[in-house]
Ligand binder design. Structure first.
Ligand code: CU
Length: 290
């Protein structure tokens, strides 16, 4: 048994040594061959990552304990070594233990899980609101606390991608927010269900027509955070990325003042999207079963 415990802690340490450094070097966009989450950049995502690591340890420990038990049974009680098997059919203590231990494990997972759910769900006192409206296939951002600035956000087409932009992730007009500010995000849709999702901020919220969903975010580090629509919403689903630009409070105020005058030109979309713009394989003259 002592050996078993030593194996468990050894494996846990190896897991931590391999996975923790990999988890630390992620930026706010997906990378080729990425393993694990992107770097957590919001209080919600930090807790999600911590909970994930905790669950990984729990499930890892369970897998190891079960494997060791199975191997012990297979080796020690094989027919060759144990030709007359025991006829024992009940053992009260053992039955209590194998009922109690899983219950304790489930409770140990359930309590932090509910805590995290409520932490994500209840919007703390927020300093400003941004309204996110989904369309087939682009996003609109509205700032009701900042003179109702509103504009559309379209993906940069492949042929217009510049050096520091990312294909299928960069947009013409990103959502701009100040750092160190608790922001209430409300989202809805004008057509079908979309989902506003930015992995590094721990957000994935459905944008549902006729309904207003609410989430919150607080970003401490200036930077650009990328995401994508995460609900299948039609042929342009993969072409409505999300770009969040977190800037200093001063830069945000300047952006607000400038946008008030400039937005008329900004809102003109640089890309008109219709299903015909995408390479879609259509089934012509298909006969559907009645
Ligand atoms: Cu969508």
């Amino acid at each position: 048994m002592r050996q078993c415990f030593r194996n468990f802690w050894l494996t846990g340490t190896v897991f931590a040594l391999i996975f923790v450094p990999l988890n630390m070097c992620h930026a706010a966009f997906p990378k080729a061959w990425q393993l694990g989450f992107q770097q957590a950049e919001s209080p919600v995502m930090q807790r999600v990552a911590e909970f994930h690591d905790f669950l990984l340890m729990v499930t890892g420990a369970i897998a190891i304990v079960v494997s060791v038990l199975l191997a012990t049974v297979l080796i020690r009680f094989r027919k060759k070594r144990n030709s007359t098997p025991s006829k024992t059919s009940h053992n009260t203590l053992l039955e209590v233990i194998w009922t109690a231990i899983p219950t304790v494990i489930v409770m140990a997972i359930l309590i932090p899980s509910f805590k995290l759910l409520y932490f994500m769900d209840v919007v703390p006192e927020s300093e400003m609101t941004v309204k996110i409206v989904a369309h087939q296939w682009y996003w609109s951002y509205e700032y009701p606390d900042h003179d109702n600035i509103s504009y559309d956000s379209y993906m940069i087409p492949d042929e217009e991608i510049k050096e520091n932009q990312f294909r299928l992730l960069s947009v013409d007009n990103p959502m701009v927010v100040p750092v160190g500010t608790t922001i209430r995000l409300i989202t809805t849709s004008t057509d079908v269900i979309h989902s506003w999702a930015v992995p590094s901020l721990g957000i994935k919220k459905d944008s549902v027509p006729g309904r207003l969903n609410e989430i919150w975010v607080r970003i401490e580090k200036e930077g650009t955070y990328y995401g994508q629509c995460s609900e299948l919403c039609g042929p342009g689903h993969g072409f409505m990325p999300i770009e969040v630009r977190a800037v200093s409070k001063g830069a945000f105020q300047t952006w607000v003042l400038e946008s008030k005058t400039k937005l008329t030109s900004l809102v003109v979309p640089n890309m008109l999207m219709s299903p015909n713009d995408f390479k879609i394989t259509r089934i012509e003259n298909a006969k559907w079963p009645s």
